[in-house]
Write a protein that binds this ligand. Structure first.
Ligand code: GAR
Length: 220
């Protein structure tokens, strides 16, 4: 049997998506090894979650670096020491320098709370409501130098109902994110997903549109 996929998680805050990954592993749905949880915020709750689970943590403060690029290069140099096969951005709220990303092309994914390419960046729930959208959702995508712009692997959708607010939408979407992200990571761990020159391959066939999380699984 091959050794489990080594995962480093980068997160800036509460870490509920990381907790969902941990829970999926506990349930036996994710054969991975968490080798590091890294954060730009010393007080991020995600660090306490990692420590409780016995996973090594790393905090690097952007204020200790003159330029964003210097910080990003230092951060990914430190992450590389843990030899991850995959880096998962789970609520990492920083833009990452293109040079720092280069060595990780096809090995870094991000979860974003919108139906990309809609609403890259911040305040996605507010923007979906303001636009009068009928549906909203979350996306998991490969990370490229373009903010929230890399190839989208999979999405989950939810209907926007009258009376929804930014808070109710966020509250309804988060549990769906918690299913979507582990499902995508499991596909990568099982060698079912890969990013190549032609695009994303799933089970050996190119994806023409993102996979959809529905009925408890990812479907084409
Ligand atoms: C999640 O909703 C995630 O989609 C979002 O941050 C939240 C992190 O929550 N990510 C982004 O907005 C990235 N652009 P968590 O810390 O509880 O996982």
């Amino acid at each position: 049997m091959s050794s489990p996929l080594r995962i480093a998680v980068l997160a800036s805050g509460r870490g509920s998506n990381f907790a969902a990954l941990l829970a999926a592993r506990e349930r036996g749905e994710l054969a991975v090894e968490f080798v590091l949880v890294a954060s730009d915020k010393a007080d991020a709750t995600v660090l306490a979650l990692a420590q409780t689970a016995g996973i090594p943590t790393l905090v690097l403060n952007p204020r200790d670096y003159a330029e964003r690029r210097d910080y990003d290069i230092a951060l990914f140099d430190r992450i590389a020491v843990s030899k991850p096969d995959l880096i998962v951005l789970a609520g990492f709220m920083r833009i990452i320098d293109g040079d720092a990303l280069k060595p990780w092309a096809g090995k870094m994914i991000n979860i974003h709370p919108s139906l990309l390419p809609k609403y890259r960046g911040m305040h996605t729930h507010r923007r979906a409501l303001k636009a009068g959208d009928a549906e909203h959702g979350a996306s998991v995508h490969y990370v490229t130098a373009e903010l929230d712009g890399g190839p989208v692997i999979a999405q989950v959708t939810l209907a926007i109902e009258s009376g929804d607010t930014e808070d109710t939408l966020a509250g309804k979407l988060l549990p769906l994110e918690h299913r979507l992200l582990p499902a995508v990571v499991a596909c990568i761990a099982d060698d079912r997903l890969a990013l190549g020159d032609q695009g994303i391959a799933f089970d050996g066939e190119l994806l023409r549109k993102p996979l959809l999380w529905t009925g408890g699984k990812l479907v084409r």
